[in-house]
Ligand binder design. Structure first.
Ligand SMILES: Nc1ncnc2c1ncn2[C@@H]1O[C@H](COP(=O)(O)OP(=O)(O)OP(=O)(O)O)[C@@H](O)[C@H]1O
Ligand SMILES: [Mg+2]
Length: 276
């Protein structure tokens, strides 16, 4: 059994793709087996992966696997412990496959057939709430996280995504857990929860992850060059420079909090059972 997660926001461009990728990289480096599933027809996770690890031209993509009712052959290895089911614009055809009676739990059964090979599975979803892509990712997930920028528009997207997830949980997937909200692109003036609370009039008790991700040019570069693949950094020891290390440290802190929020009980079900 794997722990399956979706990072969402009903607003686009908040960092869902890059942060899902960075978390997947970080967990893989800790020894967990991690699968990224690109269910966004924009195919951004697949494009980013292709920048660093040329994707296989032989292997089928997500939509091919769903048409042939077997996702196994779609899983491609990117590096040690890190795997991808690639997707592209053809994923829009998913709608054709969904039975009229239940358009939410379709992906889940095919993920269940392969999940035992992994400890964590991340679904990279598009920004639209209630889309078949988001719904199928949430139907297949154990946990969801809302990722937001510390800006009013993105905060509006929190409740849209949250309501969409609760609708899936109530009708289809009762075991779906809300793990909290992660703030991305934290600006200096919203460095503490008190200010956030004042700005957005939300109770911050347990809702927000304590780890917030700052805005960093390097994170933007990963979308252009591949994760931890900034051209200049290949010259440094271990292939990372200080800007990579800064991002890695922040992502590791986020992973520690993520694992705490997932909880010991669920973590014990994963195969590798590595203590971090
Ligand atoms: N903390 C950050 N610092 C700097 N750049 C960032 C940060 N987070 C995200 N970005 C950049 O912002 C852009 C949008 O991020 P990303 O593609 O991950 O967003 P998204 O939510 O997946 O978008 P979409 O809704 O279109 O799928 C990318 O170029 C990414 O590298
Ligand atoms: Mg994206």
């Amino acid at each position: 059994m794997a722990i399956k997660l979706t990072l969402g926001n009903a607003k686009g461009g908040v960092g869902k793709t890059i942060i899902s990728n960075l978390l997947a990289f970080g967990l893989a480096e800790k020894g967990y087996k991690v699968l990224l599933v690109d269910i966004d027809p924009q195919g951004n996770t697949s494009m980013i992966s292709n920048l660093k690890f040329k994707l296989s031209e032989q292997q089928p993509y997500l939509i091919d696997g769903l048409f042939s009712k077997n996702l196994g052959p779609c899983v491609q290895q990117l590096k040690e412990n890190l795997f991808l089911i690639a997707g592209d614009e053809r994923t829009v055809e998913l709608d054709k496959l969904l039975p009229a009676k239940n358009k939410v739990m379709y992906l889940r059964k095919y993920i269940e057939e392969i999940e035992d090979d992994f400890d964590f599975i991340f679904f990279d979803v598009p920004p639209t709430a209630y889309s078949v892509f988001l719904n199928n990712a949430l139907g297949a997930s154990d946990c969801f996280i809302v990722l937001t920028e510390a800006a009013k528009q993105s905060f509006d997207g929190i409740s849209k995504l949250y309501n969409a997830a609760v609708a899936v949980q109530e009708k289809f997937n009762p075991s779906l857990d809300f793990l909290g909200v992660v703030i991305n692109r934290r600006e200096k003036d919203v460095a503490n929860f008190g200010i956030l609370e004042e700005m957005f009039q939300v109770s911050t008790d347990d809702m927000f992850f304590k780890t917030m991700i700052p805005s960093r040019t390097r994170i933007g570069k990963y979308s252009e060059h591949g994760v931890y693949n900034f051209p200049k950094s290949v010259n440094s020891i271990k292939g990372y420079d200080k800007w990579d290390v800064e991002v890695k440290d922040c992502i590791n802190e986020l992973i520690t909090e993520l694992l705490e929020r997932i909880g010991v009980e669920k973590l014990e079900t994963v195969k590798s059972k590595i203590q971090v």
